[in-house]
Design a protein around this ligand. Structure first.
Ligand code: NAD
Length: 348
C-alpha cells in the first residue's frame, strides 16, 4: 500500500514497500546524479535499472560526513554535466541524505533533489524538513543549509537489510518524536509494541512523518520555538558523539542517552513530571539504550561540557536544552539552570 503526504515546505513523501524506479522520480534520466554509499549501492542500481545514469558511491558511515565527500559529489555532478535543472537523487540513510542535500543546495545555486531514505532514522527523521550539512572540526552538522527535497521516497522493504545497530539507532529517534506528540498516545503505543511487526512499523513511520512534517510546516527555518523541539536529547547527544569520536556511537544511541539525560534534568528542575520521566526512561531502558549518567564512551565531563558549548542551538551565546514537559517538550536557556544541577545530571 502506498501512502502520500504533501507538506507546505515543498516536500512530497511517498511511503511504499518497493524500491522506486527512476521513471517514478524524473522523466529525463539524463539530468540525474545518483549518490549512495557502498551499502546502499544495490538499491541505487535497482532504481537506475538499465539507464546510463551517473552514480557517485561514497564510503558508508558518519566518518564520510565531511567536506571531502561534498567535493566528491559536486565533482561527479560537474563531470556528469548536470545543469541547474539537473536532479540529485540521494539513496541511503541520514549521512547520504544530508551530504547530497547540501551538495544539491549549493550546486549552481540550487539543483533538484530527491531522497530515497533507506534507514529507519532516515525515514522518520533525517529525510524530512530540509536540514542539510556535514561535520567539521569534529563537531556535528556545523556547516549546513535548509533545502527540503521535493520528493522523498521511503521504500520500507529496504529496512529488512538494516543491521541491529542501525535499527536501534532509528528506534531512538522514533521514541524522541513520540515524546513530542502532543496527545502522548504515540509514546504509549510504542511502549506496548517495542518490537513492532512490519504493519505496525509502517504505521509508526507514517505517524512520525506526519508529526515531524507538521512541526516543520509550523516553523520551517527554526526561527520560532517549535522546530527546535526536534532537538530533544541533542544537546547532550551531539556532545557525546563529538566527545566519543564521531561514528563511535550511533546517532540514535547518542540521542537516546541524551533524551535520558534531558528527562533527568527536566525532572530535577521541576519541568518534567516524574511519572513522565519514568515512562520515557523505562521505554529507553527496555529498548536496551544506555541511560546512566556516565556513558561508557565518555568519561570526561569537561570535554562533554566543552563540546556542548559548540552546539548549533546556541542563541545570543546561550546554550539551550530541550526537556520533556507535561506534554511535548520545552526549550530552556542554560542561564536558567543551576550549574550544580547540570553537573549532577552528568553525575560528576
Ligand atoms: N537532516 C536531518 O534533519 C537529520 C535528522 C536526524 C539525523 N540526521 C543525520 O543522520 C545521520 C544518521 O543517519 P543514519 O542513522 O541513517 O546513518 P547512516 O546514513 O550512516 O546509515 C547507517 C548505516 O546503515 C547503512 N545502510 C543504509 N541503508 C541501509 C539498508 N537499507 N540496509 C543496510 N544498510 C543500510 C549505511 O550504509 C550506514 O552504514 C547523522 O549524521 C545525523 O546527524 C539528520
Amino acid at each position: 500500500m502506498k501512502k502520500k503526504f504533501t507538506f507546505s515546505f515543498g516536500s512530497t513523501v511517498i511511503i511504499q514497500p518497493g524500491i522506486p524506479v527512476i521513471a517514478d522520480i524524473i522523466d529525463s534520466p539524463n539530468r540525474v546524479l545518483v549518490v549512495c554509499d557502498t551499502n546502499t549501492e544495490y538499491i541505487a542500481r535497482n532504481i537506475i535499472g538499465f539507464q546510463r545514469t551517473p552514480i557517485c558511491v561514497l564510503a558508508p558511515g558518519e566518518n564520510s560526513k565531511k567536506w571531502d565527500s561534498v567535493e566528491t559529489i559536486l565533482s561527479a555532478a560537474h563531470k556528469a554535466g548536470l545543469d541547474r535543472d539537473g536532479f540529485f537523487i540521494a539513496v541511503g540513510g541520514g549521512v547520504i541524505g544530508d551530504l547530497t542535500s547540501f551538495a544539491a543546495s549549493i550546486y549552481k545555486r540550487g539543483a533538484g533533489l530527491c531522497i530515497v531514505a533507506t534507514t529507519l532514522l532516515g525515514m522518520i527523521d533525517a529525510s524530512i524538513g530540509g536540514k542539510t550539512g556535514f561535520d567539521l572540526f569534529n563537531l556535528k552538522n556545523i556547516v549546513g543549509t535548509f533545502y527540503p527535497a521535493s520528493i522523498v521516497f521511503m521504500p520500507t522493504q529496504t529496512l529488512s537489510t538494516l543491521s541491529e545497530r542501525e535499527w536501534k539507532s532509528g528506534m531512538a529517534e522514533l521514541i524522541k518524536i513520540a515524546v513530542l506528540d502532543e496527545d502522548d498516545n504515540f509514546l504509549s503505543d510504542l511502549e506496548q509494541e517495542q518490537n513492532p511487526d512490519h504493519e505496525s512499523l509502517i504505521e509508526f513511520i507514517e505517524r512520525a512523518v506526519q508529526i515531524k512534517g507538521k512541526i516543520i510546516e509550523y516553523d520551517p527555518d527554526e526561527t520560532g520555538f517549535k522546530r527546535i523541539l526536534l532537538n530533544l536529547g541533542h544537546t547532550f547527544g551531539h556532545a557525546l558523539e563529538s566527545t566519543a569520536g564521531l561514528g563511535k556511537v550511533s546517532h540514535g544511541e547518542a540521542i537516546a542517552w541524551g533524551l535520558a539525560r534531558a528527562c533527568v534534568l527536566g525532572q530535577r528542575i521541576g519541568i518534567t513530571p516524574p511519572d513522565r520521566a519514568e515512562k520515557i526512561l523505562a521505554i529507553l531502558q527496555k529498548s536496551g539504550y544506555e541511560t546512566g549518567a556516565r556513558h561508557p564512551l565518555c568519561s570526561d565531563m569537561n570535554s562533554l561540557l566543552e563540546a556542548m558549548q559548540s552546539d548549533k542551538k546556541k542563541k545570543l551565546n546561550s546554550l539551550r536544552f530541550i526537556v520533556p514537559a507535561l506534554k511535548s517538550a520545552v526549550v530552556l536557556s542554560a542561564e536558567t539552570i543551576d550549574p550544580d544541577i547540570l553537573h549532577s545530571v552528568l553525575d560528576y
